[in-house]
Design a protein around this ligand. Structure first.
Ligand code: AHR
Length: 500
């Protein structure tokens, strides 16, 4: 199969925000207890934090990690998780016992070790604006006041200067502790935003948007929240978990079409509310939960039986899942003007990029798209014009076999390509051409592919799905890359020069 990608550096979606390569860590299952935090284990440091996990997380180059939930946060009192007197409590969301031995200060330490920044979610379910502002005081203020002093006592540190804050989580969902209709959430979020920003004017705030496109209130919820909170927020959240319940690989691999639609729908809504308000302020999308999740979703996964660190949501990921993850990232890059933050949900043990055992750690297939993209995508998001053969997926017609995104570093003239071949049977020869530049040297190619869409990394075969070297060739003024079936490629360091 043959495909072309045409680019022009003048035709772009603006600068790619590196925050689209962020992650999400929730107090859920073995994510914290037995994952990030495992005191007494030989693999843990003096703080009880797993060093193999820290190393793997550093490799994801995540600018931010969202914490502590998720559904968990909507009945969580952060004050129980700081200081010498930790109180265990029954977690409503996942029916587990939360011992609170890992809390805000431990998370801040962990972020420093990983080389990431904290993105804190506040409880707007069972708590409210005062407690949220209290957490901003605890994290960011240098005053002689109750919570700032508590932080000094507990952690002996300067303020943490947490920049990003989420105003609750999935408050549109009936399952959420403290769920209320959109207008009530919007008022609570606005009050919280004003109180929190009163503590620290430099923070960025994310309102809770719809928890998915399947929700009956999708976009209507978001519209109410945006109309009420517009001037008080910088971002609104979007969530999606993809599934292949039908076991239809070609249909599943067309998933990027839906991700594009969601971003298009949010772009339209944001433009609409801005227009109605005649506002000069902009609000962007924070896609702070995205992944594949369907195998470990029901039954025991919802009920931790009040244990500490039970096995929950331990999804095993395969090649086709990684190819869908790459499509999420392609969409985020292509819509750089709309999406400023996105978080892979999640990162450790729970629907996660890595899983741990008491003696080791395994990188799942979905680790690699995030790791490769975060290390490569920089600068402008060039808008690709793709010409490729198409197919009809189960409920999606005319889907191009090739999904592509591109970045361009204006300082060096280097470009990078992000390519996914959706075909289960045919490789594709991709020709990349710039309308305004010539390719001067070929790039480094990293390929993730395999013969079977269900291939997965296992403890006995941990590198079954891992990046392999590919190649690219300068051909005339363009570049040619061979992409295997069921494959994705990250092509970095493609040299370009102005057209002679
Ligand atoms: O990531 C798992 C759960 O999915 C989160 O707790 C919740 O926000 C979403 O429904």
């Amino acid at each position: 199969m043959e495909a072309t990608v045409r680019l022009d550096t003048a035709y772009n979606a603006g600068t790619i925000d590196p925050r689209i390569f962020s992650g999400f860590l929730e107090h859920l299952g073995r994510s914290i207890y037995g994952g990030v935090y495992d005191p007494g284990n030989k693999l843990s440091d003096a703080d009880g934090q797993r060093t193999d996990v820290i190393e793997a997380m550093s490799g994801l180059n995540m600018p931010y990690v969202r914490y502590p939930g998720g559904n968990f946060v909507s009945n969580y009192d952060w004050r129980d998780g700081v200081g010498p007197d930790r109180k265990a409590f029954p977690d409503f969301a996942w029916r587990a016992t939360e011992p609170n031995t890992f809390g805000t200060d431990e998370f801040m330490k962990w972020c420093r070790k990983v080389g990431t920044e904290p993105m804190m979610a506040v409880n707007l379910g069972t708590l409210g604006p005062a407690e949220a502002a209290g957490l901003v005081e605890y994290c960011n203020m240098d005053t002689a006041t109750q919570y700032a002093q508590a932080r000094r006592r507990n952690a002996g540190t300067d303020p943490y200067n947490v920049k990003m804050w989420c105003l609750g989580n999935e408050m549109d969902g009936f399952w959420q502790a403290g769920h209320v209709p959109a207008d009530q959430y919007a008022l609570k979020a606005r009050n919280a935003a004003r109180l929190m920003r009163g503590m620290d004017p430099s923070i960025e705030l994310v309102a809770a948007g719809s928890s998915g496109r399947h929700m009956p209130t999708y976009l209507a919820w978001d519209r109410t929240v945006l109309e009420t909170c517009w001037d008080d927020i910088e971002l609104i959240s979007a969530h999606r978990y993809s599934n292949n319940r039908e076991n239809d690989t070609p249909g599943f691999l067309a998933e990027g079409v839906v991700i594009d639609s969601i971003l298009e729908e949010y772009a339209g809504l944001l433009a609409y509310v801005k227009g109605v308000k005649r506002s000069k302020h902009d609000v962007y999308v924070c896609f702070d939960e995205w992944n594949v999740w369907y195998r470990e979703r029901d039954g025991k996964n919802r009920d931790g039986k009040w244990r500490v660190g039970p096995d929950q949501l331990e999804e095993e990921y395969n090649l086709e899942d990684a190819l869908v993850c790459a499509q999420y990232l392609n969409s985020f890059i292509r819509r750089a003007e709309v999406v400023k933050v996105a978080c892979l949900a999640q990162i450790v043990n729970v629907i996660a990029a890595v899983v741990t055992s008491p003696t080791g750690m395994l990188k799942q297939s979905i680790y690699y798209p995030s790791a490769l993209y975060a290390a490569t995508a920089k600068g402008l998001s060039l808008t690709p014009v793709v010409t490729a053969p198409r197919y009809d997926a189960s409920d999606r017609e005319g889907v191009a076999y090739l999904d592509a995104a591109a970045s361009y570093d204006e300082a060096t003239g280097d470009a990078a390509l992000f390519l996914v071949n959706r075909s289960v049977s045919d490789s594709v020869r991709v020709r990349i051409e710039f309308d305004d530049r010539d390719v001067s040297h070929a790039g480094d190619v990293q390929i993730l592919s395999g013969d079977d869409p269900k291939m997965a990394n296992t403890w006995s075969n941990p590198d079954a799905i891992s990046p392999k070297n590919g190649s690219s060739t300068v051909d005339g003024r363009g570049l040619v890359v061979e992409l295997p079936r069921l494959g994705m490629a990250v092509v970095s360091g493609v040299g370009t020069r102005p057209r002679a």
